[in-house]
Ligand binder design. Structure first.
Ligand SMILES: Cc1cc2nc3c(=O)[nH]c(=O)nc-3n(C[C@H](O)[C@H](O)[C@H](O)COP(=O)(O)OP(=O)(O)OC[C@H]3O[C@@H](n4cnc5c(N)ncnc54)[C@H](O)[C@@H]3O)c2cc1C
Length: 327
């Protein structure tokens, strides 16, 4: 590992002051579950790390919703009674992340800002778009876990499990930098790769921190969150979905359908939402909406199977949200 300086600021203001302007040169470190692995693999070689575990790690009430500090550990998100009661899909996503050890170390801020798990990105010998190169190796390479939506130029899938329910619940992220704070909707935070902006996954500037996630009042929304993995633990999902339903009896007045691990950003399906709005939720409408969610998927040479996996995740999340049995 390349030598680096370490700064241990006591609060968010001092932490921001210790950051820099160059991409990946001075980096915040939360639990280090992602960043230290990248550093050991010579994928990221920062000159300085800024500890952000002294930032807010609490949950407070905010306008009928909740404000979660970015230093909160994932285990605490999974076990927090208010999060579990008001935003069950967030708690469900948190409890599935990695392993108990990872959930005990990993923070909300680190989870949202972790870099892609693509094996080409993680191997120092492959200089892909994300590392300043001029190609993505996955279309002609090993792409069984890559994107089925988005059409490149980079085919990573976003690795954060928490990002998906945060987008579904219409969360806002508070960012703090030398120019002050700004509020960015979770749906606008994550960015699709373009030739001009392929190296980053979000709108965070190098001299900014994500300090809080603000969740609006959940009202009477019903939620479902369904993940499909190869292994029950110590793994990322192959595909997953968060579904929120506003129900009137057995009919969905409106719906939110967001998929994870299928695209470079949490992937919202308005087609699936339209397929559910105004319909009674049954096994048939859930299946039709899942079909609609995967319309337009463009699998690569080895990941066609993900289309069916994602369909199943959406269908089961809908049934779960409606309180129906998963058959
Ligand atoms: C075997 C395994 C399985 C896993 N499975 C899953 C899974 O199923 N779902 C999932 O979501 N993740 C999974 N992970 C990833 C893991 O959850 C993340 O690595 C962890 O959440 C990162 O949190 P951290 O606090 O350790 O981040 P760090 O490693 O400290 O930081 C990660 C990145 O975020 C940046 N960062 C940290 N805090 C902030 C902040 N406040 N503001 C701005 N930037 C910040 C850092 O600079 C760094 O680039 C898995 C990891 C492993 C090893």
């Amino acid at each position: 590992m390349k030598p680096f300086a370490y700064v241990n600021p006591a609060n968010e203001k001092d932490a921001v002051a210790a950051l820099g302007k160059e991409h990946e040169k001075v980096l915040p470190i939360g639990g280090g579950q992602d960043l230290l692995a990248r550093m050991k693999d010579y994928v990221t070689q920062p000159d300085r790390l800024v500890n952000v575990k002294n930032l807010d790690a609490t949950v407070t009430r905010a306008n009928g919703g909740l404000k979660i500090g970015s230093a909160m550990k994932m285990v605490d998100v999974a076990e927090h009674p208010d999060i579990g009661r008001m935003y069950p899909a967030v708690a469900a996503a948190a409890i599935e992340v990695g392993t108990p050890q990872i959930r005990n170390q990993g923070t909300v801020g680190g989870n949202i800002n972790q870099r892609p798990r693509c094996w080409y990105f993680r191997n120092e010998e492959f200089v892909c778009y994300k590392k300043g190169g001029n190609r993505c190796f996955s279309p002609e390479g090993e792409n069984q876990f890559h994107a089925i939506f988005g059409s490149g130029p980079s085919y990573i899938v976003h690795p954060s499990s928490l990002a998906v329910p945060f987008v579904a619940y219409d969360a806002t992220f508070r960012l703090l930098g030398p120019r002050g704070e700004r509020m960015v909707k979770a749906a606008d935070y994550f960015t699709m790769p373009t030739k001009e902006n392929v190296e980053r996954e979000n709108v965070l500037e190098p001299d900014e921190l994500l300090t809080h996630v603000i969740l609006p009042a959940p009202g009477t929304l019903k939620s479902g969150h369904y993940e499909v993995r190869y292994k029950a633990s110590h793994d990322w999902p192959i595909a997953f979905a968060t579904v929120l339903l506003e129900m009137n009896g057995s009919t969905a007045q409106s719906a939110r359908v967001v998929m994870g691990a299928v695209a470079p950003v949490p992937w919202r399906s308005k087609d699936a939402e339209q397929a559910l709005a105004g319909k009674p939720i049954t096994a048939e409408t859930a299946a039709a909406a899942a079909e609609a969610a995967l319309k337009g998927a463009e699998p690569l040479s080895q990941n066609g199977y993900k289309v069916q996996v994602a369909k199943t995740a959406v269908e089961r999340a809908i049934l779960q949200a409606a309180g129906l049995a998963i058959t």
